[in-house]
Design a protein around this ligand. Structure first.
Ligand code: ZN
Length: 274
């Protein structure tokens, strides 16, 4: 992929990252998406100068141009993260799907899934909760795309068809059983839907990598946090970001990850039956 194209994709991602920052805030505060952007502090309306992704933050040194209040570092972080994930997503399509038809549809699916997972990750990171309504709409769209994948078959879409439905069912069931057996441990209805959604995206063959990557990375960050605050009991972390990034990693690099885990032969055998 050419450098200029990568840069364009990254900037496209920055803009969507900026949208995500706004979307998470407005969904949490039950606000309309169509109103103008305003300063969190004084509620004064912002102009285009304040709203250029990343650049406004750098030019005004991380402060609001109107009231001088410091802007949360998460804003530019989300923008850069979204830009980076867009580059990975496009790269995945470029390498594996460029010569296939339906590139536009695959692009759309990739973008929608990146945005959904980022939305859930940011939402949980900021507010320590999942937004059940948003996850339900993600589930519905995933089911529709997987039905499309079944109809089209022959691996034309970036997502699994029947493997997606089985993955969603198994992942949802596992979390459902965990929720049932550990009442009040912090996991709830939203987590069941979230894992089912992730199951649709990664498929049945992606579930082991999904659980492995999310729990290992979550544990590492949990331990680091415990060391930092020098408290080893009852340390809590937001888990949705880890599930989201594990799901996206498996979405982009499933074959590679299965190969590393020596699971590739086993699952290509199973995939022959799906
Ligand atoms: Zn301000």
């Amino acid at each position: 992929m050419e450098l200029l194209l990568i840069l364009q994709v990254f900037i496209f991602g920055l803009v969507w990252g900026s949208f995500l920052n706004m979307a998470v805030y407005r969904v949490k505060h039950e606000m309309n998406f169509s109103g103008r952007s305003f300063c969190d502090h004084t509620k004064e309306n912002l102009t285009w100068k304040d709203l250029i992704p990343l650049l406004s933050y750098i030019v005004y040194k991380g402060k609001c141009r109107h009231c001088g209040e410091k802007l949360p570092k998460i804003y530019p972080f989300v923008e850069v993260l979204t830009g980076t994930l867009f580059v990975f997503g496009f790269w995945h399509l470029w390498v594996n799907y460029l010569d296939k038809p339906l590139l536009g549809l695959n692009l759309l699916i990739t973008i929608i899934y990146i945005l959904f997972f980022l939305f859930f990750a940011i939402y949980d990171y900021l507010y320590w909760e999942v937004n059940v309504r948003a996850i339900k709409s993600a589930l519905v769209s995933a089911a529709i795309f997987s039905i499309l994948a079944i109809i089209l078959n022959n691996y034309q879409l970036v997502i699994p068809g029947i493997g997606g439905f089985i993955g969603a069912f198994v992942a949802g069931l596992i979390i459902y059983l965990i929720v049932k057996s550990t009442k009040g441990s912090g996991m709830g209805e939203g987590d069941i839907y979230l894992m089912a959604f992730a199951g649709f995206v990664v498929g049945i063959d992606g579930l082991i990598p999904l659980f492995l990557i999310s729990s290992v990375s979550g544990s590492i960050i949990g331990i680091i946090k415990a060391l930092k605050i020098k408290k080893f009991h009852g340390v809590q972390i937001q888990f949705v970001p880890f599930i989201s990034f594990a799901a996206l990693a498996v979405f982009f690099w499933k074959d590679f990850i299965l190969k590393i885990l020596s699971l590739d032969d086993f699952f290509s055998l199973i995939n022959n039956y799906l």
